[in-house]
Ligand binder design. Structure first.
Ligand SMILES: Nc1ncnc2c1ncn2[C@@H]1O[C@H](COP(=O)(O)OP(=O)(O)OP(=O)(O)O)[C@@H](O)[C@H]1O
Ligand SMILES: [Mg+2]
Length: 369
């Protein structure tokens, strides 16, 4: 379905990885992050971790934090935790901070304007480029930006243990030790974050300010739907707004989808009734299937699929014993699949020996296939 046709876009944008117009129901979390940035240089709260299952709004929150941090005097670098992350961070800081350094036109590349390590603005001299690594470059950028009263905020999405992650985190820790004005916010799936925290080099991140993203409160969603429909002049009873909000289960993506379809299907009449809600909920789940369930399942191996199919047949929470019975596998055979599926955010283990699906409606979808 085409999704860029009307004013409802102001309120509902059901796309992944974007920054929605309005961040709903995360005021408390946002205040925690922004207040942490205001803490004195060196404070351990200036390093934050966002944990949340798929679609819970980690990327959206990172984008919002980046936006607000600019107003707090930070130059931001936003990256996903890939191999080239250190180089990307340096480039982004140079790019985002360059406007602060309007050099007179007479300067030309290669001319040392006086600041150690730079040729002009935030561009490194040739020798700095070649001789120094990530940490030294970041330190030089911190000093140069401090001259303009700015700090550096690094935002890392989809964190996991990797050499690049270790390099960035270790450098961050060292620069904090050197009293540089630097802060960091990271986001990831709970399991990926817990592996990062157990990594020998990264264990200091356990002291970071951790925020677990739960589903958004149904009250916040109700209030948002109410505001959106009023602003769009769409008539919807309190009862139907509450029902629509409940159908989202507090999932940000589902909130966007249901809101989007409700406004789309009421375009002609400017009224939402039971039937509109039913149609909108069905369309939203169809989109979840296409954009969440299918891509989640597509990369899985046959055995992974056998595992989740068996789980979907059982009542949740599914015990290990029950799973062994349904699959007919040995207990040891279960372990690698269990671990892999947890790591990819498909299932989770709320208690020892128990498993549940981490993505709502996924079990229903698997059973339907
Ligand atoms: N607080 C919020 N208010 C309104 N919309 C939100 C909120 N959080 C997320 N969304 C919307 O929900 C969808 C999913 O959010 P997002 O991409 O941030 O999830 P995620 O946790 O990063 O998922 P993944 O683990 O797959 O990367 C997006 O359309 C986003 O705009
Ligand atoms: Mg994301």
């Amino acid at each position: 379905m085409k999704k860029n046709t009307s004013t409802n876009q102001l309120f509902f944008q059901p796309t992944f990885g974007n920054k929605p117009e309005q961040i709903v129901g995360r005021d408390g979390e946002l205040a925690t992050f922004i207040n942490a940035l205001k803490e004195p240089i060196g404070s351990r709260n200036r390093c934050s971790l966002i944990l949340g299952q798929r679609g819970m709004g980690k990327t959206a929150l990172l984008l919002e934090i980046a936006e607000r941090a600019k107003k707090e005097g930070f130059i931001t670098a936003r990256v996903t935790a890939h191999e080239n992350m250190p180089a990307s961070i340096i480039e982004q800081i140079q790019l985002n901070g360059s406007a602060l350094f309007k050099e007179p036109k007479t300067h030309f590349s290669g001319f040392n304007a006086g600041a150690l390590g730079f040729s002009f603005g935030l561009t490194f001299s040739e020798s700095t480029m070649q001789q120094f690594g990530f940490r030294a470059k970041l330190s030089l950028l911190c000093d140069k930006l401090a001259e303009k009263g700015k700090g550096i905020l690094i935002l890392i999405d989809e964190i996991h243990t990797s050499p690049a992650m270790r390099e960035v985190a270790a450098s961050y820790q060292e620069l904090v030790g050197d009293q540089k004005n630097i802060a960091m916010v990271m986001a990831g799936l709970p399991q990926a974050v817990s592996e990062v925290l157990n990594d020998k080099v990264l264990t200091f991140l356990n002291r970071a300010n951790k925020v677990y993203l739960d589903p958004i409160s149904i009250n916040s969603i109700t209030a948002y739907y109410d505001l959106a429909f009023r602003s769009l002049n769409i008539e919807c009873s309190e009862d139907l707004i509450s029902k629509a909000a409940l159908k989202t289960l507090g999932l940000p993506y589902l909130m966007q989808l249901i809101g989007y379809y409700l406004t789309l299907y009421s375009q002609n009449t400017s009224k939402i009734n039971e039937n509109t809600l039913k149609k909108a909920a069905t369309a939203a789940i169809n989109d979840m299937e296409d954009n969440v369930f299918k891509p989640t399942i597509a990369p899985l191996s046959d055995k992974d699929r056998d595992f989740i199919k068996a789980m979907a047949k059982c009542d949740e929470p599914v015990t290990t014993a029950k799973l062994i019975e349904v699959l007919g596998w040995k207990k040891e055979a279960l372990q690698p699949y269990r671990k892999r599926l947890i790591n990819s955010g498909i299932i989770e283990s709320p208690r020892r020996g128990e498993l549940i699906f981490a993505i709502p409606f996924l079990a229903e979808y698997i059973n339907k296939q």
